[in-house]
Design a protein around this ligand. Structure first.
Ligand code: ADP
Length: 266
């Protein structure tokens, strides 16, 4: 569908837009969005954009070791240049965190301001990608409504991936997410059951700490493709901690550098 909307003009070359949805926070939606983006750059060799629309709890920059980065305006007012997450320039990222002065700043906005920000994320960022993966906040919020409104002219290439944990409490929330996607007419690519059992780092065993299989049976019930189970993996937690330590070291070095420059100027 052709459209004159700024969002359509900016994104009409993007072949696929994937919304990552979850009913609850903390089920691993941002982790899945990040891993989908990383694996799409390697397995399909395509250029990927990762947009973090979790305005009140952005975690994508931390997961990619990009904390403290900021975006800048491109030449000739062509919009914000997203942050590159790799040397090759195959993964570019945009998040509210790149616009905040401090990562501890809180975003306390009403719906219209959130809607305007999301429009800017879609229309004013120089996206140069084949696939755009969008990490959304949990539930069905102002952000979801803004996304569906602004992306309506690109409806032919939008799909959703649903993330849940196996427990019943997350499953009842995810049911609402499925219903949201269906109501607004976004086809669901499939459902991922995250934190499904515990992958022991010392042996190949996977222990079912909580229940398991709830996501799989929900997918069957709802006639959604089950994309698979991801166990709780201590290595993932360690990798994120390592990134945090590297990030802190980088910030310390930058601070020391800045202090050195100031002393030189005195
Ligand atoms: P959400 O986006 O749904 O709020 P996150 O992706 O931020 O959830 O994950 C919440 C926390 O759980 C993060 O610290 C993340 O590293 C951790 N986590 C997510 N999935 C896994 C997993 N499969 N194994 C281990 N830790 C995980």
């Amino acid at each position: 569908m052709e459209s004159d909307s700024p969002v359509y003009k900016r994104l009409h070359n993007v072949k696929s837009i994937i919304l990552v949805l979850s009913g609850k926070g903390g089920v691993g939606k941002s982790s899945v969005a990040t891993q989908l983006a990383l694996s799409a750059t390697t397995s399909t060799n395509s250029k990927v954009g990762l947009l973090d629309v979790d305005l009140t709890g952005p975690s994508i920059p931390r997961m990619l070791g990009l904390d403290g980065q900021s975006v800048h305006m491109g030449l000739h007012g062509q919009g914000w240049v997203p942050v590159r997450a790799d040397k090759e320039g195959k993964l570019s990222v945009m998040s509210i965190a790149f616009l905040l002065k401090s990562k501890n700043d809180a975003v306390v906005w009403r719906g219209p301001k959130k809607t305007a920000m999301i429009r800017q994320f879609l229309a004013d960022v120089k996206w140069d990608c084949d696939t755009l993966i969008i990490d959304t906040p949990p539930g069905t919020s102002d952000e979801h409504i803004a996304l569906t409104e602004h992306l309506a002219p690109l409806a032919d290439r939008i799909h959703a991936v649903i993330v849940t944990t196996p427990q019943a409490v997350a499953l009842s929330d995810v049911q609402k997410e499925i219903s949201f996607a269906r109501t607004v007419g976004i086809p669901i690519l499939g459902l991922i059951e995250n934190m499904s059992g515990y992958a022991c780092p010392h042996c190949a065993d996977c222990t079912n700490v909580f229940s398991t299989g709830g996501g799989e049976s929900l997918a069957k019930r709802e006639n959604i493709l089950f994309l698979g189970k991801v166990p709780i993996d201590p290595l993932l937690v360690k990798l994120l901690d390592d990134i945090k330590i590297l990030q802190q070291k980088k910030e310390q070095l930058l601070e020391q550098g800045e202090r050195g420059e100031q002393n030189d100027q005195k």
